[in-house]
Design a protein around this ligand. Structure first.
Ligand SMILES: Cc1cc2nc3c(=O)[nH]c(=O)nc-3n(C[C@H](O)[C@H](O)[C@H](O)COP(=O)(O)OP(=O)(O)OC[C@H]3O[C@@H](n4cnc5c(N)ncnc54)[C@H](O)[C@@H]3O)c2cc1C
Length: 454
């Protein structure tokens, strides 16, 4: 193994940049690592997430499952080493449908996930079938894979808060949530103890001749140069613009996504898993509301069909988080984040109440949702870009979409291994930028779906 002896600069102290710094300094033992951050660490996108994780990646091949399993291994290591400072749980993801024609699709997704290495699949189609619920706390459960339940009495017994019309659920078990802030802080503290420097300022220039030579950092109108032999771009929503500074056009784009947080004591039980509704839906309005919306040209769109995928989970003792990606157009990232789509909180609440009818108790009452959000930076096949770029000394770690918290540990490890010249895992080639130079890969892309990703 050849260790890079050089000056490593990482652009961005989001969860991706911090995980890279941690792996480079603490795990690979490299000495000269500097994080450059324009704002505050972990505050642009990495504190806006739902903080959920899963190894449920039904397709199109095994690479995402292996990558995410590795990331979860590393997250669990950190949880063990810190007495679970990161609040990791393993309640699972519960995918549910009220549409009997979707049972075959759900089973197929679960079988695909199993065949990609996500663990054994168990079917429960009788009332006496031995389904085992996930523990509310802790992350040491041995249960992996998924349980598909099609017996309605079993669904009612274990998930009485779901819509009575629910006909099938798939409960993915190596999944749950954690504190992203704590995960990032643990890694940043350890990296700084190992000598990683944190420079405040914005990188406004990248010096490249035959290779990367340095960066220009601006703060309060002052500019300074930092020499670098290895530059990792982990700039989240600014990644495309940063890569352009080095003459690179990265095949990534950004979507804006929001999330709602609200005080909840009546709707989502505190012990619930992450819940995802698989059906498209018309939002539940009463007759008067429907008539009023129909009469209002600007609001009539609220009567239209909304897509599948509303999801949510309990957040601590008194709050619930909801996401409804009914928007999600490709946009140019801008900050501060523009206003959320109109009525976003109300739409998410009504949409989620289709899955968890208890949430209807908030309808018509004062409901003060806190809405925030950020950008999903994506490649067209929704896989990250991690590895060297075609400029010597330049590396990218980006395209983390809606899974950057859960992927951060394996993403950091992978970029650090590329830089340190350490052996690479089998999945490394699935995430390098050069995959787009392979015509076979490109033609494969046209046939790939989104694999049921959120
Ligand atoms: C609503 C929502 C819900 C989500 N839910 C989940 C979830 O449940 N699970 C999950 O795993 N993921 C989730 N995600 C995705 C996850 O939050 C992101 O993938 C992840 O935070 C991306 O991290 P990052 O480090 O790449 O980007 P960021 O956190 O944006 O960090 C990039 C950093 O680079 C800095 N920077 C940029 N340009 C420069 C420059 N020129 N000079 C210096 N610094 C610079 C920025 O200031 C920023 O701090 C969600 C995202 C959103 C928006």
């Amino acid at each position: 193994m050849t260790k890079a002896a050089g000056k490593i600069v990482i652009c961005g102290a989001g969860i991706a940049g911090i995980a890279a710094a941690y792996q480079l300094a603490v795990v690979q033992g490299l000495d000269d690592v500097t994080l450059v951050e324009a704002g505050n660490p972990l505050s642009l996108t990495s504190d806006k997430s739902t903080e959920a994780y899963r190894n449920w990646w039904p397709g199109p091949d095994w690479a995402m499952t292996a990558f995410m399993d590795r990331s979860i291994d590393l997250i669990e290591e950190i949880a063990r080493a810190t007495g679970n400072r990161i609040n990791l749980n393993r309640r699972g993801y519960l995918f549910a449908t009220a549409d009997a024609t979707k049972i075959a699709f759900l089973s197929e997704m679960a079988q695909l996930a199993e065949s990609r290495g996500a663990g054994a699949l168990r079917f429960h189609d009788t009332p006496s079938s031995g389904y085992v619920p996930s523990p509310e706390r802790g992350f040491d459960s041995a249960l992996n894979g998924a349980d598909v339940i099609t017996d309605r009495s079993l669904i009612r017994r274990y998930f009485p808060y779901l819509a009575p019309g629910t006909v099938a659920v798939a409960h993915a078990r190596r999944a749950g949530w954690l504190s992203a802030q704590q995960l990032g802080s643990v890694m940043l503290e350890a990296a700084r103890e190992r000598g990683v420097k944190l420079v405040r300022g914005r990188i406004v220039g990248i010096g490249v001749n035959d290779r990367v030579r340095g960066v220009t950092v601006e703060r309060d109108g002052e500019r300074r140069s930092l020499e670098t032999t290895h530059l990792v771009l982990a700039a989240g929503p600014m990644q495309k613009e940063m890569a352009r500074m080095a003459g690179l056009d990265l095949p990534i784009f950004a979507e804006r996504h929001h999330k709602v947080s609200f005080a909840d004591t009546e709707g989502v039980p505190r012990s619930a898993p992450m819940m995802i509704w698989l059906d498209a839906q018309y939002l539940p309005w009463n007759d008067d509301e429907r008539a009023a919306l129909d009469a209002d040209e600007e609001a009539r769109w609220l009567l239209q069909e909304f897509p599948a995928g509303v999801h949510g989970r309990p957040d601590g003792a008194h709050a619930t988080l909801l996401l409804f990606n009914h928007h999600g157009d490709v946009v140019e990232p801008e900050f501060p984040l523009p206003e959320p789509p109109p009525h976003y909180g109300e739409i998410a609440l009504r949409g989620m109440s289709t899955m968890v009818p208890g949430l209807r108790s908030y309808v018509g009452k004062p409901f003060r949702p806190y809405v925030d959000g950020g950008y999903y930076v994506k490649t067209r096949e929704n896989r990250p870009l991690i590895g060297p770029a075609p400029v010597e000394g330049l590396y990218v770690s980006c395209g983390y979409s809606g899974f950057g918290v859960m992927a951060s540990c394996a993403g950091g490890e992978l970029i650090a291994r590329h830089i340190a010249g350490a052996p690479l895992p089998d999945y490394a080639s699935a995430f390098v930028l050069s995959r787009y130079q392979d015509p076979e890969y490109i033609s494969l892309l046209d046939r790939w779906g989104d694999g049921g990703q959120l």
